[in-house]
Design a protein around this ligand. Sequence first.
Ligand code: SF4
Length: 225
Amino acid sequence: MLSKYKIQKVLAALEALYPDAKAELDFQDPFQLLVATVLSAQCTDVRVNLVTKELFPVIPTPADLMMMPVSKLETVIKPCGLYKSKAKNLHEAAKALVEVHNSQIPRDIETLMTLPGVGKKTANVVVSNAFGIPAIAVDTHVFRVSNRIGLAEAGTVEKTEEQLMANLPKSKWSKTHHMIIFHGRRVCKARKPACDTCTIAPWCEYYKSLTPKIPKKNVRGRKDE
Ligand code: SF4
């Protein structure tokens, strides 16, 4: 795990790279963000944005989503994948929003997680992006990139979130979440991280592990055994 000093350096480098990092899902209100985030599981934000462009005008409120036949919802969201379970969850979540929450999106993580299809990651995304409450949603990019760099050193999503919350200033949780996702999509990709051109490399634990160790020389200039 990186030292506090190195973490500061990494954050400064990420801020220089991605000063405008933000959510890449399109939304106008907390309800739309909740729907888009549920749809984004195992789907690109670009594809979700294409689907929600069609979907949002016909479901302006949770009641409209509740009233939409599940079969029709399935057809509209099919391009996002996992459409049967996503349609079922969205439909049930809309029902719960109408019947239990007065059609309002809950502002706390625990209550959000009582909605069908809403896990910790989705709840974190909603509270931080819709309500400005500090949170770090650990998706596949945040998990991979933060553990490669050494902002966390954990084998699970839960531990990664805990360590990031402990290692990063609370005021920077949400912005750092977006910056790490930007870096994961553009540079530190899953299969082929572009380490040779990455400005985070001087502090990155993964990069360090790739760099061959240069043997120290003894006083006569011979390599140590
Ligand atoms: S140096 Fe490589 S592994 Fe480290 S953050 Fe950059 S691209 Fe990712």
